[in-house]
Design a protein around this ligand. Structure first.
Ligand code: AMP
Length: 311
């Protein structure tokens, strides 16, 4: 991370990106880094770009950069495994590209990379980057980084939560921010999401091995006034059921294909995701399915995968 700090020092203008369909870790790592750099390098211009996800407005807002290219700028991308997932294609027009991530480094893009798959979240990496280099952290940067760690660990529930994760979160919690209010915000959902969650529990198909699947069609989303990104609120729900080990949520896209959000308690599933235009973490992956046959193939592969893991 020394090289990264030296590169940051060398540029006057820095733009920070993260992945499309942002979650709290994408926004936390991006906005946390932006605020840390602004505080420690007040003479530089630091911006964060991408779509403003309304359901996560409590974490923070993006900056609006006009239609210029990023010529001469340093571009940093956080929490984004591969280039098609980077929000705002102008990252390509920068001078120098840094990747900071915690996903498996299958697409090793960038001129300089800091990828740590043992980190729970990109927010944990950013927080430790600041701690290790004695950079000052504002209370708001601590707040958004804390939100990112909580988001990606399922509130310190998932196996990616290490002692270092807890120590990092504890140091962030020493800052002044409304931690209980933030947690309440992250733990609440609208009535329409509660109804969708009810639908999921009522309609899950569960195989004898413990693989579950559910289809969230465009029609269902429209009937419940739910957007694609809002389905993230129900992705962890099947995992609360004891009988379920692995699950896949098939979310129909406007063009008719399905984005498949896959999760697992123990058996790694990212190889299945990679075979279907996707990837991700061993226990949290995403894929794409382009036909009813492929939907069934993915479900069957997850079943075979679980059986092989349990042998
Ligand atoms: P999601 O279900 O969208 O929350 O994604 C879970 C994990 O899978 C995230 O860590 C993503 O980075 C990863 N992921 C989702 N979709 C893709 C994709 N099409 N290609 C590679 N990784 C993906």
């Amino acid at each position: 991370m020394n090289d990264i700090l030296n590169t940051i020092r060398a540029y006057d203008e820095i733009v920070i990106h993260r992945h499309k369909n942002p979650d709290p870790d994408a926004l936390g790592s991006q906005l946390g880094l932006r605020d840390i750099l602004r505080m420690n390098f007040p003479d530089k211009t630091i911006s964060a770009v991408g779509f403003d996800e309304p359901s996560l407005a409590f974490i923070g807002k993006m900056d609006r950069l006009s239609d210029e290219t990023f010529k001469g700028k340093l571009v940093i991308v956080t929490d984004t495994a591969n280039t098609p997932r980077i929000d705002d294609v102008r990252y390509q027009t920068g001078d120098f590209l840094i990747k900071i991530d915690h996903h498996p480094n299958d697409d090793a893009y960038g001129d300089l990379l800091a990828v740590d798959t043992t980190a729970s979240s990109a927010s944990e990496i950013i927080a430790n980057f600041a701690f290790d280099h004695d950079l000052q952290i504002s209370d708001d940067a601590a707040r958004v980084l804390y939100a990112g760690i909580v988001g990606d660990t399922g509130r310190f529930l998932y196996p990616a939560t290490t002692p270092k994760t807890l120590y990092t979160a504890a140091k962030l919690a020493e800052h002044t921010f409304d931690r209980a209010g933030l947690m309440r915000e992250m733990d609440s959902f609208d009535m329409k999401i509660a109804r969708l969650q009810g639908y999921v529990y009522e309609n899950l198909e569960i195989s004898p091995e413990g693989v579950a699947r559910i289809f969230i069609t465009q029609e269902l989303m429209q009937a419940n006034d739910v957007t694609d990104s809002e389905t993230s609120a129900i992705v962890s729900a099947p995992g609360k059921i004891k009988e379920i080990q692995t699950w896949a949520i098939f979310v129909e896209q406007a063009d008719g294909h399905f984005r498949v959000r896959m999760r697992s308690k123990a058996a790694p599933i990212n190889e299945v995701a990679k075979r279907h235009a996707g990837g991700g973490h061993p226990l949290a992956s995403g894929a794409n399915s382009y036909s009813p046959q492929e939907n069934d193939d993915i479900f069957q592969e997850l079943r075979n995968n679980l059986v092989a893991f349990q042998k």
